[in-house]
Design a protein around this ligand. Sequence first.
Ligand code: M6R
Length: 614
Amino acid sequence: MCGIVGAVSARNIVPILVQGLQRLEYRGYDSCGVAVYADGLKRARSTARVAELAEQVAGEHIQGGTGIAHTRWATHGAPAVHNAHPHFSHGPGDAAAAAPGRVAIVHNGIIENHDELRAALKARGYRFNSQTDTEVIVHLIDSLYEGDLFEAVKAAVHQLHGAYAIAAFCKDEPHRVVGARAGSPLVLGVGKDENFLASDAMALAGVTDQIVYLDEGDVVDLQLGRYWIVDRNHKPVQRPVKTVHAHSGAAELGPYRHFMQKEIFEQPRAISDTLEGVEQIMPELFGDKALSVFKQIDRVLILACGTSYYSGCTAKYWLEGIACIPTQVEIASEYRYRESVPDPRTLIVTISQSGETADTLAALRHARELGMEQSLTVCNVATSAMVRECKLAYITRAGVEIGVASTKAFTTQLAGLFLLTLTLAQLRGHLTETEEAQHLKAMRHLPSALSAVLALEPQIIGWAEHFATKEHALFLGRGMHYPIALEGALKLKEISYIHAEAYPAGELKHGPLALVTSEMPVVTVAPNDALLEKLKSNMQEVRARGGLLYVLADADSKIESSEGVNVIRMPEHYGTLSPLLHVVPLQLLAYHTACARGTDVDKPRNLAKSVTVE
Ligand code: M6R
């Protein structure tokens, strides 16, 4: 998703801007650009990678102490140079349409009233050179400019409906950058005699660790060696400066071909880091106020998107099965707009890798507006909006996830959600000390169990060679492995572009069986659990129609390879934590299938890592 970097300094800040963009690359983008003040507005824009933008900038000798930069993920207007940010104002007084005016801007978010603003600005003589909603903002600021950019931005954002994070500068005030945010993330980085803006602290790693998280509606004025912030009512405010040791996103690939592969193989470490220090089950794992919050709830409502939603779907089986607490799981983008029946004794649980997903944040706020005050997030970014806005948090320690396809975030979320299950079970009298000890032992075994599953990679590569030639695939699971089938299908479609669907195996005969032919590979997650015999019948239904089965089974499942049935034997039988282990071969299957098809594994087409717009 779009990324912003901005700076005011006495030194040439172009290398910092470009490096910041490189650190935001993992979020996904289709074009990029940078603009600086150098005796007027100068910019370079590109639909290639940031590395090529850097060459362009060097070739054109673009340098300056005040500037803004952007990676764009297209929402309004196709990915093209003329739509790439930064955008310049072209007011009635500016000569040629292409000549730079006086204001430059970068923007993340979606402006909902851009059509009416555009019409009004056109009527006043403003010329538009792009299809973006962003150009509306830059013209609007220009139209309100009377020698003070801070005032112009404050007046402009007042007229915007929708989500935005912006950074702007004006050639008439060359040592000033103004930022504003509502609905999209923006942080201020405080340096020595210089100040920065960025979409997240990671973009400023190595530049400054003094970070101010701007609040909804804040407008910030950056100058050399000083800054000030006003809130949504334009009242001056002090926001705390936090020391944030952000990791650089430019992580090393090491021996791996792609970040996704690296992240799949990091799972034993990610799980062990996530569980570090967990010696016993207790509410304080989720924060100081956890006991009081947990005493005020009778049910759980999980809100999330994509892969995080599937981890929530898995957790529902645990929460209802072990903790005996009624649990509902909702796709955030649906929940936020539907009529629902709120119960104030509900614990809202948001799940998010990034902690910045716009739909999940909006769903959380919607739930709060409905009177559900108790909230907890399972999140991988401790400094994210999600963590700041929830009363309680379990921070997963997956580390920076760069591949757009989420892998280690998923399994670490499951670990956090399992701890939540055990904690609620204990408080509700459904967990004996013996059971607690057994579950903790099983959790501590996860890293080595995951390593054993990762050793199946050569067999999965064999499967992937078959899948690479197909255009459709079906994934089946039952019970808590049904969400694992959903996640396997999502991974495959996301990076290999193969159409994949997942069904609870019992549903097969109610429709999807009609799709099954010898051209349809059917992946089946088949551990030896209470539903295994039912699942075996469903597998027979597939074989009887000529469908090819690819089965993940443990030794106790007693399913052998035979004609049309390809079995990969899971190293152990895992019990309740089985979903965490069974998802790994499916991640590897998607990864190797995508490699065989030659897709851009870490940056699949049309997708962004962090979805900060609706
Ligand atoms: O950062 P979040 O966990 O909130 O992101 C939610 C989804 O956008 C994300 O899981 C997405 O579905 C992944 N690309 C799937 O691999």
